[in-house]
Every structure is written in C-alpha cells, then in structure tokens.
Design a protein around this ligand. Structure first.
Ligand code: PLP
Length: 397
C-alpha cells in the first residue's frame, strides 16, 4: 500500500517555526512586525571564526573527515569541557554532530529500545518529545510549576520512575524559562538518577549565556557514578552565534560515543568539514566576543524584566540564563477580547500578531499553555517597541 510512515506522520511540526514564518510573511508585505520569536542570537558570527572557515576552504579542507568529527575539534572540546565544565573526557568520548538537535537524536538512537521511557520536565524545549518518539521512546512529561521556579525536583523524578525508565532530560540554562539548576538541586537529582540506574541527557546548549552570580554546574561533574550515566550535550550555535553552521557535540562514556559515531556514520557521515574548522577556532580562539554578546543580552534582560513587572495581568520570573523571558499569561487568557474569551495561548499569539504586529511564542508545545516565550535576541529598540505594544494591548483588556 502507499500508506506513509505512522511515526513521521505523528511528528508535530515545530510551532516556533510557524510563528517565525508568519512574522516573515508580514515583514515581506512591509508591515513593521516585532519578532519576539527569535531562537538565535542576533549577532554576526565573530570574524576570527569566519576567517578560520575561509582558510579551511583555501587550504582544501573540504573533504570527508572522520564520521564522528576531527581529532583537532574533539581535542578542543575536551579542553573546553575540562576548563569550563570541570569534566574530564578523552577524544574517544566525544562525538561531533550536525548541531545540538542532531546530538540529541544520536543520543536517543544509541540508548533507547522500543517502549523505553524518557522523563521530560515541562516546560521543555518542544523538540524533546518528538526526538524521543522518533527514536521509539515514550516521553513521560512531568510538570515543574512556577512555585518551584519551573525546575523538576528529585522527588518528582523518583515518583515517575518505572521499570521502563531509561533517561531524564535536564536542560540548564533552560529554554524556555531561563532558569538554572543549582549545585544542590543537581546533587539531589544525581542521587535519584544513580539509585534508579538511569541516564541523564544534560542539554547545556546555553551554558555561556548566564547573567548575574549564577554558575553553570554540569551534573556529570558531581561524582563518578553520575559521570558514567550522563551524556553532556552542547554546541557552538548559541554561544558563538553560529546557528547556521550546524555543529554540536557530546561527552559521554566511550561505549555510548562509539554507538553514536556508528549511527552517525550511516545517517549523515561527518559534520561539514569547514564548519568543524570554524568550531575549533570558536573554542580555541579568544572568548571576548562571547562576553560582549552576553553583556548585551544582560542589558536587554534587565530592561525586559523591569518593563514586564510593571505591566498589568502578566508576570515573569527573572531569567538567569539563555535569552528568553517565560511569561505567565494565565490571567490574560481569562479575559475577553472583541467579545470572546481569549482562552488559549495560541489564540493570544494570533491576536498579538494580527492586531498588534508582535510575534510571540505560545508555549502549549512547551508543555505550558498559559505561558508565552519572549526572546530578547533582538535589538533594544525592537524590544522597547514590542513591549510598548504589549502594554497597549493589555490596557484594553
Ligand atoms: N537544545 C536547546 C535547549 C535549544 O534551545 C536548541 C536550539 O534552539 C538546541 C538544543 C539545538 O541547537 P542546534 O541549533 O545546535 O541544533
């Protein structure tokens, strides 16, 4: 029969991309849209990184590399893990992939058998459940409420573990909340993970974007037992404004790295050779652009927090990292707009884009329908304009 794959048909298309597409469409019509949907830094990739890529092309570094990445880049990743995350990995424990998303795909292909359960704390980055399902796993969503700063507790994890639980996904700094797990919280979580004998997939993609006094603690660095069970995932996309280059990496046991490498060798072969040279420069080269970018994000963050706190009907916890503000709009959803109850986050996003020319991300697909996500990876001028419009809208309710 011509029936198509049930698995592929069950995948939800990414709603963040849908909103971004709508905003682009309006912009193309000449409408002045403020896009709070951005999931990537609005800075150029730093010059030294671009130069390394251009040099790679001129040097003829344009052929296949080892499927799991070049030794040079793996060594740069090991050095970064050692210095920044206090994690000791050897190159045979590193897999270079085509981006953070691809790393997660590799991880679940390597560790899951059909029906294995993966604990996903909500709010979550919307791709997690879909990636798990594509690897024949079963997402188990556990809600972490605002009162607990949207962070899952060790008790909650223990409560949902069954004989089928294989892994926990832990994302810190978090998309969409901007929250960071403290050392104490991670220690309690690590204890449960070791007791239950499951894996942790630690997504630390935003590790360089932390504001204020908070520190990035990698769960794998806490002790040997948790180190063995953790696959630490990161990449250059957010830290170095390299989203289009598509380079991610993992640190794990050599056994898991080998499995991921062989999966990757058949699915994609090596990540782009030129982008690997660029990523090597990103990790080994000067880090001043990371600091400048993070300072600019911090200025915007402080402004957003202050403005939102002064608005009626909405509120948000102060994000500690990444570049998102996770806004509680539950009181807005109870209000009427043009004679109808707003009711859902999707409807609210639709009103904001259609009547106020602001693109926001409704968070139903992140497991929290009564919240929206506002990115501050856009200029201060745009942020101000967008917040003025949100305020104007709220005052009509
Ligand atoms: N993990 C999180 C939490 C993210 O927000 C993203 C990107 O939005 C990724 C991973 C994937 O990053 P990449 O662009 O390297 O695939």
């Amino acid at each position: 029969s011509l029936e198509l794959s049930k698995k592929a048909q069950a995948v939800k298309p990414s709603s963040t991309l849908a909103i971004t597409a709508k905003a682009k469409e309006l912009k193309a019509q000449g409408i002045d849209v403020v896009g709070f949907g951005a999931g990537e830094p609005d800075f150029n990739t730093p010059d030294n990184i671009c130069e390394a890529a251009i040099k790679a092309i001129h040097d003829g570094f344009t052929k296949y590399t080892d499927a799991s990445g070049t030794l040079e880049l793996k060594q740069a990743v090991c050095k970064k893990f050692e210095m920044f995350n206090k994690l000791s990995y050897k190159p045979n424990q590193i897999v270079i992939s085509n981006g953070g998303k691809h790393s997660l795909t590799n991880v679940f292909e390597a560790i899951l058998n059909p029906g294995d359960e993966v604990i996903i704390p909500a709010p979550y980055w919307l791709s997690y459940p879909e990636i798990v399902k594509l690897a024949d796993g079963v997402p188990v969503i556990v809600k972490a409420n605002k009162e607990q700063k949207y962070k899952i507790t060790a008790e909650q994890i223990a409560d949902v573990c069954t004989g089928k639980t294989k892994a926990l996904i832990l994302n810190t700094p978090n998309n969409p909340t901007g929250m960071i797990y403290t050392r104490e919280e991670l220690e309690a979580i690590a204890k449960v993970v070791v007791e239950k004998d499951i894996y942790v997939v630690a997504d630390e993609m935003y590790e360089n974007l932390i504001y204020g006094e908070d520190e990035q603690v990698s769960i794998a660095s806490l002790n040997d037992e948790i180190y063995k069970r953790t696959i630490t995932c990161s990449g250059v996309a957010k830290s170095y404004s390299m989203t289009g280059w598509r380079i991610g990496y993992t640190g794990s046991s050599a056994e898991i790295a080998k499995l991921m490498g062989s999966v990757q060798s058949h699915q994609t072969s090596n990540p782009n050779s030129i982008a690997q040279k660029a990523a090597t420069e990103a990790l080994n080269g000067p880090q001043d652009t990371v600091i400048a970018m993070s300072n600019e994000f911090n200025t915007r963050r402080e402004y957003m927090v202050e403005r939102v706190a002064a608005m009626p009907l909405i509120d948000a916890l102060t994000p500690q990292g990444a570049f998102y503000l996770f806004v509680d709009v539950s009181k807005v959803l109870e209000k009427e707009y043009k004679g109808n109850k707003i009711a859902t986050g999707d409807k609210l996003a639709e009103i904001l884009i259609s009547d106020y020319n602001i693109a926001v991300i409704p968070c139903g697909d992140f497991g929290f329908d009564d919240h929206i996500r506002l990115s501050y990876a856009i200029s201060q001028e745009q942020i101000k304009k967008g917040l003025d419009r949100i305020e104007e809208f709220l005052k009509t309710l």
